[in-house]
Write a new protein. Structure first.
Length: 326
């Protein structure tokens, strides 16, 4: 009898525990978390900046992507050089590509020009959500979370960190205390949307050590069908709203392996996929690879000197291919 009770009790108990866990996760969806608030603060600040730029009779220039754009484009310098009001609309790769495109649509309008430079992590077949990405989706992208295939959503819910779940439930009941625990802050973003905290003269020694230990990523050529469909949708949306769209590539830490015959395949395939969609491309992936001395704290984040190099490259491309007067 005891064996029978045990035999049935264990699976029933596990099922009940899972149901309670799913209920608690769902209960605190949409509740801001201290660890992801900085990401949403950046989104809201970029929206506000875009609303302030009216550009009477002329379109504006937007750079859209994750934090490689946030840290790697000097929109203020581009505006001064081209005479076109320019906004760094770089957000965070913690967000899904669908969310980044959706947020950009809220601020774009007829006559604008957009240059997208999305991180390579989006190009590949999507992997399971990481802890940080899941944290943001639960707090600020409930629509995207609920749109996930059921199996993936259930797997994500089971992977929620217990501390994150408790924090979310606490905020649900008692409200948020307004504290943030993220590494970055929206307060360091200037009036053009540029990140200003990556000044090389104030770069912590720990970041230099961190960069020195980064290894090359061996990318597979298995493309993410979901991402390229989103690119196509964004292209069609821009066309229907009379917005010019160009694609470019993220700033990226250089390794010799990437230029080997085998290493080039992924990057060349990425260029070809943009071209196959009919999206005009500025530059190529290898143009925007930089040595370790130009990087800040990740393989995608440039320091201020690296940012100036990329900005100058982008200005030349824009003059020749986007705002040419000849």
């Amino acid at each position: 009898m005891r064996i029978k009770v045990f035999f049935w009790g264990v699976p029933i108990g596990l099922c009940l525990s899972a149901l309670v866990w799913f209920f608690l996760v769902n209960l605190q969806l949409g509740v801001p978390s201290a660890s992801s608030q900085w990401v949403d603060d950046v989104v809201q600040k970029k929206h506000a900046l875009a609303q302030q730029v009216h550009s009477e009779g002329k379109g504006r220039l937007f750079f859209v992507g994750g934090s490689n754009v946030l840290f790697g484009i000097h929109a203020g310098e581009i505006e001064n050089e081209l005479g076109v009001e320019t906004i760094n609309y770089g957000l965070s790769a913690v967000m899904t590509s669908r969310k980044i495109f959706a947020e950009a649509k809220k601020s774009l309008r007829e006559g604008d020009t957009v240059v997208t430079a999305m991180e390579y992590s989006y190009y590949r077949k999507p992997k399971r959500l990481g802890e940080v990405e899941l944290d943001y989706m639960m707090a600020h992208d409930v629509e995207g979370f609920q749109a996930m295939p059921l199996r993936e959503r259930l797997e994500a819910m089971l992977s929620v960190n217990l501390v994150r779940l408790i924090d979310g439930l606490w905020s649900k009941v008692w409200g948020s205390d307004g504290k943030q625990s993220g590494l970055y802050q929206a307060t360091s973003i200037d009036a053009h949307g540029d990140e200003t905290s990556n000044d090389i003269t104030r770069m912590p020694e720990a970041f230099k050590v961190l960069i020195s230990h980064i290894s090359p990523i061996h990318y597979t050529t298995q493309a993410s069908e979901e991402y390229w469909l989103q690119c196509k949708d964004f292209m069609e949306w821009c066309k229907s709203h009379h917005i010019r769209l160009f694609a470019s590539f993220p700033s990226f830490l250089y390794f010799d392996e990437y230029t080997s015959p085998q290493g080039r395949v992924f990057f060349e395939q990425s260029l070809a996929l943009y071209q196959s969609l009919g999206i005009q491309v500025l530059g190529d992936p290898f143009m925007f690879m930089y040595p370790k001395e130009d990087m800040y704290d990740t393989r995608y984040h440039l320091n201020s000197e690296g940012r100036e190099k990329r900005t100058k490259q982008m200005i030349e491309l824009l003059k020749r291919k986007v705002f040419s007067t000849t």
